[in-house]
Each structure stands twice: as structure tokens, then as C-alpha cells.
Design a protein around this ligand. Structure first.
Ligand code: FCB
Length: 467
């Protein structure tokens, strides 16, 4: 631990729709995930987030559990539909009060709250009006950000605008596997632009009104390589790196869109008309959040034809690129385990903005968990995943990269989007029938790393349970 700066932030992360439940309580409006989860076949187990981890009612116990592991920061997201049930206009005070309770509970435990304003749950009425394909949604997002931050800035100082705009745009409007479930091909890049614009408008307004707040955005980045050094495979790499990494890093950090990506997707003219927005999108931020899970190895289609507009894909304009199985160990999501890639993605940020602080805002792994006869969960594979990635953080710090913190995904098992409750990422196990929480071995590993050697709540069996 001495290899990390004293003020290095250690935390765990969650997101509103994945944990809160209480979907129809205290005036919350519907979001696109409430709708999408009800589309037959959209979610593998047909489930939804109506109850999830019941965090809406159990947040105090959950935050106490987080603190008992020695973690000092809680990254959670705010449900736009709780604050503004129709997405704009009338404010729902009960929604703001809930997040104030979360922040105050954090403070009581010496835990710093990190709030994300948008973790994919757009209010349904805004989607009905065109969602992120519409420029005005960016303005609505700014207004929501201003309202929310004005109400909570006395208790929350660290804010991120968006979580993973790549998912909200290309999975939601391109591949159709996330809400709102649209398959619009290269038009999904319009959603990319409006999400980034919403971020920029929000940061501009918040910076003006609250100059002392720490403001950032979280992107998901992938370490990448080509399957071979052939020209075509290198082109596949350029295309995937473009859509996955550069399409977000360049506008946010450099104020430019990657021209090759716009050319590949036939969107150059559309973006050219909006080039003035880049100054807004690249409004300076205080930190960049990076979510890192895995590495991609990519190969070109044998005939060199990359596009197939008839395929719904998260790679619009490059639908025929293949993701190659390297035989390396994978998590239950099928994601390759590659800890060194964490350093690669921090380097990507550093290459563009050498001084900008980076927070790893998510990193973690799904594995099948077994509850032993004594009630414990010995998730050693997940523990090893964390060990490897924390080691990569140590290496990043050793190299002098401006890495300031690390958040495990996730504090507890939760609703894994289109996978429903079938994938578990928590360092705390959740029994969805009883809502009993059990700290897993990986959670105890964090407690030991962070100097809480006795384990959570000093329980000698290391099996902290609470109902
Ligand atoms: C990230 C999401 C998070 C969770 C993890 C596994 O892409 O931000 O909500 O689903 O993946």
C-alpha cells in the first residue's frame, strides 16, 4: 500500500437502475430501462430493476458495509427520473432527498460520495421525444445537472456527468442490446455527439455556478491489438480503436473528432455542421473517469469489406470486424482478463492530457458464485482479477501516471442490464430472495489491502451478514 499516494482514493461503484429498486416509489418517473426491460427477449432472464438490491431502502446498511471494508469512497449514480419524473420541468423533492441521505450517510462513515448524473437511465418521456438522437436532450441534460447539483453541492463535491457514453449511444442506438433498443447503424453516432454535448453544456454551466466542484466524465476504454500485423488487421484495429476509444477521448480531451472514424461511418458532413460544439465538449474537466475491464484482439474480414449495414452492431460502419479468442482466461462475461491493459488505457489519456488526473471509476469481473455450507462465498477468481488489476494500478503510479483512485465494480451483485440477475460482479454477495448481503472473499481481500485486517465489522468468520 505504501506504493500508493496517501490520498489515493479507494472506493466501490454502483448505478441507480442496477441497485435501487423502488421503481414506483416517492414519485419516480419511468426511464428507458423500465421500458426496455419489459420488451420480450430483451433481458436474458426476463427480469427488471423494479426491486433489484432494494438499495433505496437499504442504502444505510450498504454504505456501512462499504465503509467496513476500509473503502473510503462510494460512486453511485443519480436517477434522472427520480429528480425530474418527466425529464424536465417539475422537480421531485423526494428524489433529491434520497440522494442527500446517501451523501450524508457516506459522510457519517468518513466515505466520500462520487455522484454520476447519468448512468444510462434516460427518462422515458425524453426518449419519446427522440432521446439522444435529438440535440435538445443535451440541453435537458444540462438543465437536470444544474438542478441536481444546485440541490446537493453542499454535500457532494465530486461529480461525473455521464457514465460510458459509448454504451448509451452505440449499444443503445446501434446494436440495440441496451435501452432504448434501437438499431440505427451509423446514425447512432448522432447520439454520441449529443451525449458529449450534454456533458460539455453541463460542465460549462456547473463550472460557472460552482467553481470549486470537481467535475469529470467516465468513459470505457479498451486495450487493443490486431490479430496479426497484416495491413487489413491493422485497419481493423484502427477502426475499433476509433469507435471505442478515440471517438470519445479526442473530442473530450483535444476538442477534435477523429476524421478517419467520421469517414468510415459516412458522418463527416453531419459532424462538420456541428464543429462549433467541440469547444463546448472539450470544456476543461478536473478528472477523467476510466472504466476498464478487458482487451480486444481484432481481425479484418477475409475479403476486406468491413461494413455490413444490414447487421445491427456496436461497430457501425465496421460491422464485419471479428473479435478473436486468444485463449487467454475469460470472466463469466466472456471478457478476456488482461490486467496490463489497465496501464495501456491510462496511457491513452496521458498521451493526450499529461496532467489530467485519472480515476479508474470501474474495474471488476463476473464469475459464478457458490454459497458454501458455512454461508461464505470464496470467489477466488474474482479476487485474483482484482489483485492483478490493483497491481496494474501500482505499476501506473510507479510510472508516474496521474492515477488518483480506483473503484471496484461493484460494491454488490446487481442487475447486469441485458443479462438481468445472471451475472454477479459484487464484492458483496446479494441473495435476491432475502436481500441478505454477504461479503465475499474478494471483499475481505480489499479490507485487508486497506488495513482493515480484522475484516468487515471484525467478524472472525469474515462472513459479515446482515438482512
Ligand atoms: C459497465 C457499466 C456497469 C456494469 C459493468 C459490468 O460497462 O458501466 O454498469 O454493467 O459494465
Amino acid at each position: 500500500m505504501s506504493d500508493f499516494p496517501d490520498d489515493f482514493v479507494w472506493g466501490a461503484a454502483t448505478a441507480s437502475y442496477q441497485i435501487e429498486g423502488a421503481a414506483a416509489e416517492d414519485g419516480r418517473g419511468a426511464s428507458i430501462w423500465d421500458t426496455f426491460a419489459r420488451v420480450p427477449g430483451a433481458i436474458v432472464d426476463g427480469s427488471n430493476g423494479d426491486v433489484a438490491d432494494d438499495h433505496y431502502h437499504r442504502y444505510a446498511e450498504d454504505i456501512a458495509l462499504l465503509a467496513s471494508l476500509g473503502l473510503k469512497a462510494y460512486r453511485f449514480s443519480i436517477s434522472w427520473s427520480r429528480v425530474l419524473p418527466t425529464g424536465s420541468g417539475q422537480v421531485n423533492q423526494a428524489g433529491l432527498d434520497f440522494y442527500r441521505r446517501i451523501a450524508e450517510t457516506c459522510r457519517q462513515h468518513g466515505v466520500t460520495p462520487y455522484a454520476t448524473l447519468y448512468h444510462w437511465d434516460l427518462p422515458q418521456p425524453l426518449e419519446d421525444a427522440g432521446g439522444w438522437l435529438e440535440r435538445k436532450t443535451a440541453e435537458r441534460f444540462r438543465d437536470y445537472a444544474v438542478t441536481t447539483v444546485a440541490a446537493l453541492s453542499d454535500v457532494i463535491s465530486n461529480w461525473t456527468t455521464l457514465n460510458e457514453p459509448w454504451c448509451s449511444s452505440l449499444l443503445g442506438y446501434g446494436a440495440g442490446v441496451h435501452a432504448p433498443g434501437k438499431t440505427l447503424g451509423t446514425q447512432s453516432l448522432h447520439a454520441v455527439h449529443h451525449l458529449l454535448l450534454g456533458h460539455g453544456l453541463a460542465v460549462q454551466a456547473l463550472r460557472e455556478q460552482h467553481p470549486s466542484l470537481s467535475l469529470g466524465i467516465t468513459v470505457n476504454l479498451y486495450s487493443m491489438r490486431a490479430a496479426s500485423s497484416s495491413e487489413l488487421d491493422l485497419e481493423a484495429l484502427r477502426r475499433v480503436d476509433g469507435l471505442q476509444n478515440r471517438l470519445f477521448l479526442d473530442p473530450l480531451l483535444l476538442g477534435t473528432y477523429p476524421t478517419d472514424v467520421l469517414a468510415d461511418t459516412g458522418t463527416a458532413a453531419w459532424f462538420a455542421e456541428r464543429s462549433d460544439d467541440l469547444a463546448v465538449i472539450s470544456t476543461p474537466i478536473n478528472f477523467l473517469g476510466v472504466n476498464y475491464y478487458s482487451r480486444h484482439t481484432v481481425a479484418a474480414p477475409a475479403d476486406g469489406v468491413f461494413a455490413d449495414p444490414s447487421q445491427a452492431s456496436m461497430l457501425p460502419g465496421s460491422e464485419r470486424i471479428e473479435f478473436v479468442d486468444t485463449g487467454a482466461p475469460k470472466t463469466e462475461m466472456g471478457w478476456e482478463v488482461h490486467p496490463d491493459g489497465l496501464v495501456d488505457v491510462i496511457e491513452m489519456v496521458h498521451d493526450r492530457t499529461p496532467e489530467l488526473p485519472v480515476l479508474v471509476t470501474e474495474n471488476g469481473a463476473a464469475y459464478v458464485d457458490v454459497v458454501e455450507a458455512d454461508g461464505s462465498v470464496q470467489d477466488l477468481e474474482r479476487q485474483q482479477y482484482f489483485e492483478g488489476h490493483v497491481e496494474a494500478c501500482r505499476e501506473a503510479v510507479r510510472r508516474g501516471l496521474p492515477l488518483h483512485g480506483y473503484f471496484a465494480w461493484s460494491l454488490m451483485d446487481n442487475y447486469e442490464w441485458a443479462f438481468g440477475y445472471t451475472k454477479r460482479f459484487g464484492i458483496v454477495y446479494v441473495d435476491y430472495e432475502t436481500q441478505v448481503r454477504t461479503v465475499k472473499a474478494s471483499g475481505r481481500w480489499f479490507a485487508e489491502l486497506l488495513g482493515c485486517a480484522g475484516g468487515p465489522r471484525g467478524d472472525p468468520t469474515h462472513n459479515a451478514r446482515s438482512a
